[in-house]
Write a protein that binds this ligand. Sequence first.
Ligand code: NAI
Ligand code: MG
Length: 507
Amino acid sequence: MAVKTKKAVPIGRQAATKKSNTIKLKFDTSWTYAPAPESKSAATINKQYDLFINGEWQKPLSKKYFDTINPANEEKLSEVADANAADVDKAVKAARNAYEKTWKKMPAKERAKYIFRIARIMQEKARELAIIESLDGGKPIKESRDFDVPTAANHFFYYAGWADKLEYAFPNRTTEPLGVAAQIIPWNFPLLMAAWKIAPAIATGNTVVLKSAETTPLTALKLAEIIQEADLPPGVVNIITGAGATGAAMVNHPDVNKIAFTGSTDVGKIIQRSIAGTDKKATLELGGKAANIIFEDAAIDQAVEGVINGIFFNQGHVCCAGSRLYVQESVAKEVIRKLKDRLESLIVGDPMDKNTDIGAINSKSQLDIINKYIGIGKKEGAEMYQSSCRLPGKGFFCRPTLFTNVAQSNRIAQEEIFGPVLAILTFRTEDEVIEKANNSPYGLSAGVWTDKGSKIFNMTKRMKAGVVWANTFNKFDPTSPFGGYKESGFGREGGLHGLLPYLNLKS
Ligand code: NAI
Ligand code: MG
């Protein structure tokens, strides 16, 4: 665009100046978007929430409540019940009763109708759910709006479709539900994890007691309201709140048939020890340290964007985050330069602003973990680069960070950080990078960027990871199974595979 004054005038990120007949474009870093905050008034959050047991809101027998805050400004949003072992017992009894008397006897196509109804009401309340998700957990509104909420509703739609078709999923076998499922979820995808757990469980005829994570209980409680509105028979889904002790009471309850857990590897190991010697079934979806691999023949700009999405999406609070980047030596310089440029342009700040790329870290304790690892990286001798963005004065925020000159043995290349921190390593050959990528206690996901189909097939065959994305990253779909190898856990969620952990197959 031509301008009359001599001074450069910013247009977007580029400032144009007209000098004689040529137009020069120069980078202007002072440019910012006007704020575009989503309105909080479109969501209703109660001052206090009780436990959703047997289709009703029940006061906790513990008589205790705890606060949930907005991590972007540290203000209290609400308080929720802290369920004790007696509350868990009440919820499990309600689930057992609903299982025996109603749900397992109901024709599958009738069960499906309820699940379709839940999915539709979720869609109707999508905006409110997205707002609450961003307020309670700190993720950018564009993610909760465009990813979390629609994908959660899609899981209910998808599994509603399977409910009366199990004979096609498992031909020549008869299927039987397991009974009562205790489901424990983390804080990184609060509503989506609730959907991943509840939808396949009830579609296959089980009943549920679900506990949300202590920092992000609000969307699961909204889901309880939706379940009530959908008229689901009382006790089929019970939603309770509490911390680790509540989760442990669920795992140890003698009348639970199945445990479904997503969270840290440490708690996964505790759960496995607790249920050893019982006939409880379990699926565990634990940590990860995904390798994202860029070959020299890849479309570099596309790969850079994929890497950025892979690690900075949801503040890096993603078990399958591409937190280790392996770049082929010949293109390492170019890739690192482009990553740094892109890092600078990421917008960090208010999760409710529609322009925000990176929102708030979920809690003070998670921010402390991330900062501890940034310190470890520096001490290990890796070279740190952080975006120069200004962070808000209140709340828990972290600059997007990358480390170069990282060694395979460094802790930042081995351990899960669960934050916006990328470790960059280089490689020369295919064999070398496969060996390095597989040299991890985890095996949840991986990414490969290359122009060659044969390379993709070779890599996907030899990588020890539950999901390997090719020329993309962090793509999810209800029809596609997800789950880990090694210390990333076992069992699959999503797709036809996701039905199996909730069924006994008979001849
Ligand atoms: P966590 O594993 O303690 O929490 C996950 C869920 O388990 C929460 O609902 C929690 O209340 C529950 N829980 C805690 N102790 C329990 C017990 N003994 N028995 C049954 N349930 C229990 O994870 P936390 O402490 O919030 O995060 C710590 C680290 O774990 C993170 O820094 C990250 O590395 C990893 N993590 C991994 C996740 C994943 O999606 N794979 C999700 C959350 C955390
Ligand atoms: Mg919160």
